[in-house]
Ligand binder design. Structure first.
Ligand code: IVH
Length: 716
C-alpha cells in the first residue's frame, strides 16, 4: 500500500476552496517532512530535486494564498528545510552551548548568590556583569584563520552545525578579513544573525506577491534566508549580525567580556549598542526593566537580556553545569502585550464542527510575531460573561471596532486580555453570534453540554457527516481501527480520496471498486495492482459489520465505543436501533423513555442521537451506507452467567490479563465494568497495588475478590 498517493495533475492552487487548501496543506506538510527526513537524516532521497521543488512551490503557493495556515512548525519555517541541495556539516572546535533562563527577579538573585558562593566572595566584593539584549535570531560561529574568514557555521545541535560560509559572506556586517594588526591566528567570533522587523514585513510582502514562503516571524525569515543554496538569494535579504561571544581563540586579546566586545568592534564587527556594565543585582534588574520598555521600539526582536560575569578568569573558574555556563544567564521578558483595533469577527468551524470566533485585527507585532488573528474562544467570552473557562477582564465585553489589548507568551496563541473602553468608538458594534453554520447546509447551531449536563459555552454545527468541515474527520474515524477497521485506509488515504472527490461519505468507500474502471487507483504513483487489490479485499471484509462498530462508526457525538456497545446490546439489531433513533428524533416520549432506561445511556447521549437523526442529510448518509453493508445483530449477554447484570470494578494490577481484557470479558458475560466504586457495585476485583478503590469497597461493604477468585467465579 502506498504511503502517499500522488495526483496525476492536481488542481491549481488558485482553484482550491479554503477547506480543500487546508487538506492539501496538511498532505504536503506530511509529504515534505517525509522527504526532508529521507534527505537530511537518512541521506536517501526518494524523489528528484526538481520533484521536491515542485512540492515546495505548491506548498508555498498555498501559504501565500492562505497566510493563516502558516504556523511556526510549518516546513516553510524550518531551518532543516532547504529547497534543494545540502550543506556540509562542520564540527565546532568549541561546542556552542546555550543559556539557563531566569524569569523572576528572585532567579537573578539566586544566580548572583550562586556565583558569590562558588567564587567564595564576601558581601562587599563587587562583581561586574556585562548586560546585553538577548537577540532573537540565529547563532553563528565565524572562523577566521590568519585574519581571513574561512568558515561560517550554524549552531546545529551545538556540537555540529552546517556550513553556510558562502551565504554568510554576503552579509555586510560580517568582515571577510579582520581589521587591526596582531589578530590571533585562529579566532572564532560568535554572535547572532537577525533580520529587522521592517525588513521582515517587506520581505513577506514580496514573498506573498511572488507566491513564495511566508515567514511567521523575523527569526524564521532570517533562518530561511540563510538556508539558501543560492547565495545571491541570501544577498538579496537584509540580514544583520551582532558579535557577542567567541569559540576557539589561539590567543585572548582581552581579559574581560566588555574588553572582548570592544575588540570585536575594532576588528570590524557590529556589537549591540545597548550593552552595559552593571555592578549589582539592582543594576541588572534596572537594566532588564529599561530594555523591556524599549523593546517594542527596537527594530529587531529580542526576548530577554543576558547577564555575563565580566572577568574572564572568573568565567573560567565558574565553568559550566551540564550544557549551560554558571557565569551567564538569560533573563527573559514576560508575555508581551500590544494594543490594536478589532476590525471584524469571523467564525471558524473546526474539524469536529465546533465554532471558534476569530478576531480579525489591525496587524500588530507582539512578542516577535505579527498578529492578525486572535481567538475569541466562544460567545460568552465576547459578551464578557464567564463561566469557568476563559474570561476577559471583569466588566468588559468585545465589540467590533474596539481597541483591544492582546497578549502573547512564548509560543502560546495570542489572546485578547482586555478592552480599552475609553477608546470605544460610538459606532462600535456588538457581535451577534450566528444561529446557523456557515457551511453550505446552514444547519442549526447548538451549544454543547458540559459534563454536568448544563449548557456549555462552545457552539457547534449539527451537520455531522453532512457538514464539509466535519466530513473528513468523520471519514477518518469511520475507517479507523476502532470502527470499521479497514486496513490500508488510513488518515492519509482518506484525506487524499476525499480531496479527489472519490470518497465523500462512508457509502462511497464500498463503491470504490465498482467505480475503479474510471478512477484507476492502480495508476496513482506508489499504489500498483497489488495494493489496490489488497485495499478492495480489506473493504470487502468489512461489508459484514458488528452492530456496535457500525453505531460507533456513525460518529455521533458522545457515542464512544462503550456507549455504542451499550446501545447495540440494548436494541440487539440495527432495525430496532434505527427505528428507535428515528422516533427519538421525532420527540417520541415512549422511545425516549425506553432509551433512557438502558444501562449507561442518559440525556447527553439521547440529545446527541436526536440531533444526529434530526438532520435529513445524516439520515440520507446512514440510509446509503446501510444499502452497502450487512449489520450483524449484537451478541446478547449470556443471561445464565452468574455475573450477568452485576457491576464490577477492577483495581490494582491484574496478572493473568490486562484490565481492558478483564473488562471486555465481564461485559461479554453481561456484567457492567465500572470505573469507580459506589454502593451499587457488586464486586471489586483487586490486584496488587490496589489503593483507594479498595478502601471505598470496604466503606460500602462491597465484596472484594482476588483475580483468581474472580476467574473461578466466572468459569462456571
Ligand atoms: S551568549 C554559552 N549572548 O541565546 C552561551 N547569547 O540561549 C553563549 N543569544 O544560542 C551565548 N543574544 O543564540 C549570548 N547577547 C547574547 C545573546 C545570546 C542571543 C542567543 C544565542 C544562544 C542562545 C542561548
Amino acid at each position: 500500500m502506498a504511503k502517499t498517493a500522488q495526483p496525476k495533475s492536481p488542481p491549481d492552487v488558485a482553484d482550491l476552496t479554503k477547506a480543500q487548501a487546508k487538506v492539501e496543506h496538511k498532505r504536503l506538510t506530511l509529504e515534505i517532512e517525509r522527504h526532508d527526513r529521507a534527505y537530511y537524516q537518512e541521506d536517501a532521497p526518494k524523489i528528484s530535486d526538481a520533484e521536491y521543488d515542485g512540492l515546495r512551490r505548491r506548498f508555498n503557493a498555498i501559504e501565500a494564498r492562505f497566510p493563516e495556515f502558516v504556523s511556526s512548525d510549518s516546513p516553510s519555517q524550518k531551518i532543516g528545510a532547504a529547497p534543494s541541495g545540502k550543506f556540509k556539516k562542520v564540527r565546532h572546535a568549541v561546542p556552542m552551548l546555550s543559556l539557563d533562563n531566569a524569569f523572576a527577579e528572585d532567579d537573578v538573585l539566586d544566580f548572583v548568590g550562586r556565583i558569590r558562593r562558588f567564587l567564595k566572595l564576601g558581601e562587599d566584593d563587587s562583581i561586574d556583569f556585562s548586560a546585553e539584549p538577548k537577540i532573537d535570531g540565529l547563532s553563528m560561529s565565524l572562523r577566521y584563520e590568519e585574519g581571513e574568514l574561512v568558515t561560517a557555521a550554524t549552531r546545529g545541535d551545538g556540537a555540529e552545525g552546517e556550513d553556510v560560509t558562502s551565504n554568510i559572506r554576503t552579509l555586510e556586517d560580517v568582515p571577510k578579513k579582520l581589521k587591526g594588526r596582531n589578530v590571533p591566528d585562529i579566532c572564532e567570533v560568535r554572535g547572532e544573525v537577525y533580520m529587522t522587523k521592517k525588513a521582515f514585513l517587506a520581505l513577506n510582502e514580496r514573498q506573498k506577491a511572488a507566491g513564495d514562503t511566508i515567514f511567521a516571524n523575523p527569526r524564521n525569515s532570517a533562518a530561511g534566508s540563510l538556508r539558501q543554496k543560492d547565495p545571491s538569494i541570501t544577498a538579496s535579504r537584509p540580514l544583520g549580525f551582532f558579535a557577542y561571544a567567541w569559540g576557539q581563540m589561539s590567543a585572548m586579546p582581552e581579559d574581560t567580556q566588555s574588553g572582548m566586545i570592544g575588540w570585536f568592534e575594532r576588528c570590524g564587527f557590529k556589537t549591540n549598542p545597548l550593552t552595559k556594565i552593571c555592578h549589582s543585582v539592582e543594576q541588572l534588574i534596572a537594566f532588564h526593566r529599561k530594555i523591556e520598555e524599549q523593546r517594542a521600539r527596537l527594530d529587531y526582536d529580542i526576548d530577554g537580556v543576558v547577564y555575563k560575569v565580566d572577568r574572564l578568569d572568573w568565567q573560567e573558574r565558574l565553568g559550566f553545569v551540564s550544557r549551560t555556563p554558571r557565569w551567564a544567564i538569560a533573563h527573559k521578558f514576560p508575555a508581551e502585550r500590544a494594543m490594536t483595533v478589532l476590525r471584524d469577527i469571523e467564525i471558524q468551524v473546526g474539524r469536529t464542527g465546533s465554532f471558534t470566533p476569530v478576531g480579525k485585527l489591525e496587524p500588530i507585532g507582539v512578542g516577535g510575531v505579527i498578529v492578525q488573528n486572535v481567538t475569541l474562544h466562544n460567545e460568552d467570552y465576547i459578551k464578557g460573561i464567564g463561566g469557568d473557562g476563559e474570561q476577559l477582564r471583569e466588566g468588559r465585553d468585545i465589540r467590533i471596532g474596539d481597541t483591544v489589548v492582546i497578549q502573547r507568551a512564548g509560543d502560546v496563541i495570542p489572546q485578547v486580555v482586555d478592552v480599552v473602553i475609553d477608546k470605544r468608538p460610538d459606532n462600535a458594534k456588538p457581535y451577534h453570534f450566528p444561529k446557523k453554520c456557515p457551511c453550505p447546509l446552514h444547519t442549526n447551531v447548538v451549544r454543547e453540554e458540559t459534563a454536568t449536563g448544563e449548557e456549555g459555552a462552545r457552539a457547534r454545527c449539527t451537520g455531522e457527516f453532512a457538514c464539509p468541515y466535519q466530513k473528513i474527520e468523520h471519514l477518518k474515524l469511520f475507517a479507523s481501527r476502532r470502527a470499521f477497521d479497514i486496513e490500508g485506509l488510513g488518515e492519509k488515504q482518506i484525506a487524499y480520496f476525499f480531496e479527489q472527490g472519490w470518497v465523500k461519505e462512508p457509502a462511497d468507500i464500498f463503491t470504490l471498486e465498482k467505480r475503479n474502471a474510471k478512477l484507476k487507483l492502480e495508476d496513482i504513483e506508489g499504489y500498483g495492482q497489488t495494493s489496490v487489490r489488497n485495499l478492495f479485499g480489506a473493504i470487502e471484509e468489512r461489508r459484514r459489520i458488528a452492530l456496535e462498530r457500525f453505531i460507533f462508526g456513525l460518529g455521533m457525538r458522545h457515542v464512544g465505543e462503550t456507549t455504542a456497545l451499550a446501545l447495540a446490546r440494548g436494541y440487539g439489531s440495527w432495525q430496532a436501533f434505527h427505528d428507535a433513533c428515528l422516533k427519538v428524533a421525532r420527540d417520541d416520549e415512549e422511545a425516549i423513555a425506553e432509551m433512557d432506561a438502558l444501562d449507561q445511556i442518559g440525556d447527553t447521549v439521547i440529545a446527541s442521537i436526536k440531533a444526529y437523526f434530526g438532520e435529513s442529510h445524516n439520515r440520507g448518509i446512514v440510509e446509503r451506507l446501510t444499502k452497502e453493508v450487512t449489520i450483524l445483530d449484537a451478541e446478547k449477554p449470556k443471561s445464565n452467567s452468574k455475573i450477568a447484570g452485576k457491576t464490577v470494578v477492577f483495581t490494582g494490577s491484574l496478572e493473568k490479563m490486562t484490565r481492558d481484557e478483564a473488562k471486555a470479558m465481564a461485559e461479554r458475560l453481561g456484567a457492567k465494568a465500572a470505573g469507580s466504586v459506589s454502593k451499587k457495585t457488586d464486586y471489586v476485583v483487586a490486584g496488587p497495588g490496589a489503593g483507594s478503590k479498595l478502601a471505598e469497597a470496604k466503606k460500602h461493604g462491597v465484596e472484594v475478590l482476588t483475580e483468581d477468585e474472580w476467574l473461578k467465579m466466572i468459569e462456571g
